[in-house]
Design a protein around this ligand. Sequence first.
Ligand code: ASP
Ligand code: MG
Length: 423
Amino acid sequence: MKIYKFGGASVKEATGVRNLASIARQTEGRLFIVVSAMGKTTNALEKIVDAFWAGRTGEAVVAMQAVVDYHAGILADLWGEPHLPQRVRGFYEELEEIITVANPATKTYEEWYDRIVSFGELISTAIVSDYLCYDGVGCEWLDMRRLFLTTNRFRDANIDIEASTPRLRRAVELASERIIVGQGFIGATEQGATTTIGREGSDYSAAVAGYILDAESVSIWKDVEGVLNGDPKIFDNVTYIPELTYLDAIELAYSGAQIIHPKTIKPLQNKSIPLYVKCFVNPSLPGSVIKESISKPIEVPILILKKNQTLLSIKPKDYSFILEERMAEIFAIMERRRAKVHLVQNSAISLALCIDSSRYLEEIVADLHESGFEVKYNTEMELLTIRGYTAEDLHRFAEDESVYMTQRSRKVVRILSKKKAFD
Ligand code: ASP
Ligand code: MG
């Protein structure tokens, strides 16, 4: 069994879906295909969530129409005429009913988010599987909400691998087709409420499927040659890295490299399953492989830019010097308010935290105040991580007046700055 994951960018138009079908056709043996929402559908659905939550039904309906039109364009291109798979029609009806009939007050924002945003993957997989059958490849569509059991931490749910194992294995054993198509990013709680596992989480879904099914490999199909040493949209002269260790990959992903989701590596490492990052546009290219050990160390600096960061500067109001004792309290607030912390720096009486920009910033500040801290914050920051930095990199990136903070070890430097320096 092999696992293939196709991200939103690789199925953003009809050409991509055709390409997926041709890659699937050429792959021998059993294949489990994990697909994300097409193109920027997840962002579009997030807009629907916000409009629905705010009671702006008209706006939600218009936003939904844009999602429907976008997929209609892909479908018409694939079939050469307007076409609406039965399953997709059903999802549109469900979504429309939520938007126009449901009362937002009956669930939390996070629950509605998962319920609505999950349609992106449900629709994309329904289209892909319908097309695979139409194209003669044949496949079986699986509803991952029945197979991946998760915690009820909506928007950031964790897959319960143990509980999901018998479900997924059985579904795969029962499948009569060689190829199986399932959604990335989504699952459900024991009570059947739809959950999502965090933005860009489909890689993790693919890794968990690989782990559970003892796959021979997991491949992530992307619109790049393989793993690069920096995002070509941000940095010039990026080069391709043919081999990485699991450890390299974890560090890269943690620093914010968009290439793989940070949670992806652990299940694969646990079973020594190699992870390939393959070029969707040109499948004959070797791509990159991530595995236990590699033949040649990485020689180029790796640059990763995380945007939309907020710097929190936290100080006890009473100037108590024993900040360590209160660290747990501060981090408990971050965890409760779902703030993802990317950089920590402390001095005698202050603690600086760099977090992803959060819709709960006001609540975080209020909680910290209540616990006896003074808080200052700066939004719209950017965190640049350079692994294997050179003196020239330091000169270029760290000696700029927009820099608020740097943190440096022998191998890695992290630079937090204000302005959108690399846009
Ligand atoms: N569609 C989801 C997102 O855009 C999950 C994914 O692409 O991995 O975040
Ligand atoms: Mg995506």
